[in-house]
Design a protein around this ligand. Structure first.
Ligand code: BTN
Length: 259
């Protein structure tokens, strides 16, 4: 089955801001992030939106795999935006990207710090940002995987959410067409203004605000949003702590057992 991507329309919308921008659709690749990182190391630094109809070795954060079934028929959208960037401050980029994704897709979607997209208590999309140095600047590879159609995931503790639960006609091409321009604009805005102006918007989508959270370093407390740099704020017995590290995983605490 040939998937009809709206590559030209996306290119027309984004290229006025990035004149050397291109859109590329591949039937199969190991990982769109890996491919753009390889290209960056080989000296290719132009802005590009690389979409894979199928990834054979998708990667997630913290060295995890990113598995996506049903890829060829649009059950999952997997793509990476590669772009040379010189922000004054990189902190908060992943939050800005997550915000662009949820705001362009549906009011019910939430962000689980730092940048997972959740629907209710289930993950719907993930974001992996990597960078390669390019002379004095850096090339950022912003990889996004979105579950479009419900899938069988008996191997996972919590089955993932799918966008078709909210938007029944959603297809991978339609989702890409909706996300691409807001994502490019968010990245450009981030370079100029950083994360600070987005703090309130993040707050409105913050899954962890007011929830009991447990961090992998043992910190337990109540989510209190993020600061102007995008660090997670956790109210604890020791006061308000800032969680910066990408190595920290945060999850709602298990419910207290009732005797
Ligand atoms: C995560 O939640 O751990 C991040 C998942 C990121 C997956 C996307 S799919 C497109 C791009 N290519 C990859 O190999 N990973 C990202």
């Amino acid at each position: 089955m040939t998937i009809q991507w709206q590559a030209e329309a996306i290119w027309e919308a984004v290229s006025p801001q990035w004149p050397s921008f291109s859109v590329e659709i591949l039937p199969e690749i190991d990982s769109t992030n890996s491919e753009l990182m390889r290209r960056a190391r080989a000296g290719q630094h132009d802005p590009v939106l690389l979409v894979a109809e199928r990834q054979t070795a998708g990667r997630g954060r913290l060295g995890r795999d990113w598995k996506s079934d049903l890829q060829g028929d649009g059950g999952t959208l997997t793509f990476s935006l590669g772009v040379p960037l010189v922000p004054a401050d990189w902190s908060g980029l992943s939050l800005a990207v997550g915000l662009a994704v949820v705001e362009s897709l549906h009011p019910d979607l939430r962000l689980k710090w730092p940048n997972d997209v959740w629907l209710g208590q289930r993950k719907l999309a993930g974001i992996l940002i990597e960078t390669a140095s390019v002379g004095d600047t850096r090339y950022a590879v912003i990889g996004i995987g979105i579950n479009i159609a419900p899938r069988d995931a008996t191997d996972l503790r919590t089955p993932p959410a799918a966008l078709q639960e909210l938007w029944p006609e959603a297809t991978a091409p339609a989702v890409l067409a909706r996300v691409a321009l807001p994502l490019a604009q968010a990245v450009q805005q981030f370079v100029v203004q950083g994360f600070a102006p987005l703090r309130q918007a993040f707050h409105a989508r913050d899954l962890l605000y007011g929830q009991t959270v447990v961090c992998s370093d043992g910190v337990t407390g109540t989510g209190r949003g993020v600061d102007a740099s995008g660090a997670l704020l956790v109210h604890t017995d020791q006061g308000l702590l800032k969680i910066n590290s990408a190595e920290v995983s945060v999850r709602p605490a298990p419910p207290a057992t009732v005797p």
